[in-house]
Design a protein around this ligand. Sequence first.
Ligand code: MOS
Length: 749
Amino acid sequence: MANTQLPPADPEPSLNRVDGRLKVTGAATYSAEYPIDNLAHAVLITSTIAKGRITTINAKPAEAAPGVLAVISHRNTPGVPAYPPVKQPAERAPVGTAFRVFYDELIYFSGQPVALVVAQTLEQAQQAASLVEIDYQTETHQTDFVANRSKAAIAANVQRNKTSPFQDYDRGDPDAMPSAEVKMEATYTIPTQHHQPLEPHAIIAVWEADDKLTVYDKNQGVKSAQGNLAQAFKLPRENVKVNAQFIGGAFGSGIRVWPHTVAAVLAAKQVRRPVKLVLGRELMFTSVGYRPFTEQKIAMGATKTGILTAIRHEGIGQTSAYEEHLERTILATRAMYACLNVSTRYRLLNLDVNTPTWMRGPGDATGMFALESALDELAFALQLDPLELRLRNHADADPERNLPWSAKSLKECYRMGSEQFGWKNRKPEPRSMQVDGMLVGYGMASSLYGFHRHPSKAKAMMQADGSVVVQSATMDIGPGTGTAMTQIAARILGVSPQKVRFDLGDSSLPDAPGQNGSATIPSVGSAVHDACKALKNKLLILGASMPGSILSSAWPDEIVIRNGRIYPTAESRSSVSYTDILKYHKLPQVEMTEESKSGPERDQYSMYSFGCHFVEVQVSPVTGEVRVKRVVTCADVGKIINYKTARSQSIGGVVGGIGMALMEESVMDHRYGRYVTSDFASYHIPVHADIPQIEVFFVDQPDVHVNPIGAKGLGEIAIVGVAAAVANAVFHATGKRVRELPITVDKLV
Ligand code: MOS
């Protein structure tokens, strides 16, 4: 039954990762690894209570310990210039206030940074940190989502903003649901989940002068970090340098500048030395956000023939007591299927926890778990094949915005995925397929993710020796940004990729967005495309102006460039090289910088990436153990720039989705408001033995409306829907519908 066909061959050989060798040999330098002179080491001390105030801090024994340079807290912080003056007595920050580090004595969550010990060595800092005595006055905290659910409310910032997409939404006929022929209703729960990249967050902060700051910081956006730190410390933007060239995974945890980063910058100011701060694994659970606990209720109505007549989707997300983190949770439901009558509601629940943040496929991975599980439940109620139900309700245009899609090949994804998977072999009845005493289940789900393109700049330079340098302050948190950009540049300029170097991860490079929202290829890829095209045109003009140039009478459309040599036509024997052109004009280099951004097409088309996942599980009827046996994943993300890195990106997303479905759960002991999962022994993520063969397919058709390269984002869509496909497969195997992730054995036996 297993399909042995291999994925289609890469249409052209994929460029290997340009930084692959650096990474596997350990030569790549990550934030904590920069060799900085006179470096001091910091250890963060965090609150052991979830709500209340610090009454005393006794730092004397720590300050007297060997090697200690400072113990910094709200009592002696040099202060963040942008923070308002502290009130006496301290007042709780109103909702909507970003957390202020070492600001006053108030505690908002367990794990809140309360002091930082700086010493000559890491060991001295660790030892001294154990000597700092902190007393608290506790107040009653609320950290339990389920117990506090009834307090969920429309976010204050949504109430203020009448055009917010999180306003209550109703389209069509409110009576469609009660009068539907077939109905389902269910509630789905996703626990708090933490991004756990292999590389923990880390920073080295260096004050080069009183008004000049350099940080080597793990983050997903050097430009946004630069802007944020410049604003916090009231420095001119250009006086702040942020370097983050290599990132060992992030998944959203590095989109914001977090308190520990600011704490390290404060410490470096205080001790007048460079300071390094690395978060241990335990601190990764309270310092850099998480996928928020959510509860979603979905009701659906359909005709007996499986045409959706009504959908209602209500979502509640967790946030902190001081900030409102909103996610797309309910938004996909408005656009995904052709349904006339749709209502969505979105509420937030403020708890005494740290603020959540975006985690791969933010909102959509959450919402599509519920929507795609619900569709599977509806298909079962209708006795209709789950794929057929989706095909019958395929949206040929965006039903929310009433706009044509810029491009949508979801049906082609369904066709490829189902064929490669062998979906036709699925027997409709749950528990009807078995092999070797194991229950076999087939499940599928659809996937979508919005298209994001932000203004981006790139600089392209042709050097006298024919080599090319392309620069942009974009990032690579893992997908292989530099490799794809190198490929785009090499194709346009007609040079070998080996001649191209792409620089990123440095705030002094041309302005580009951070790596998030699957926007890098669409945004920065377009800028690289435009800059290289402009550079090529400039070089062609310079070439044509050489006396007796073979290019002077060439038609631009007919020019062919191979290996840095320019031929007037594909048949020409004679050519001129880029190096000839620079040499003749006595130029050390020629450069062009271009900015690329969206135009009016944003209002003419609705733009999304689409995809689907097919999953086979085997479940032990005795122990309830679930093994994922096969996954086929298909994506329509427009043009694929590099098959190898794209496939790897898809595989990573599926692995994340399997973790979300079967393992990942951050458990809090609500008596203390504190996570008990604080390491990889307690917070489970998939290991190699948990991951089966994953086959990846792409439609690979350029979306001509989105940007000059026809490419949409892949990073997020790779995970969106995977958890539902696994849950649906588990239902098919066992007849048990698990609506509360993760699907652990206790829920199946
Ligand atoms: Mo992604 S959650 O936008 O890093």
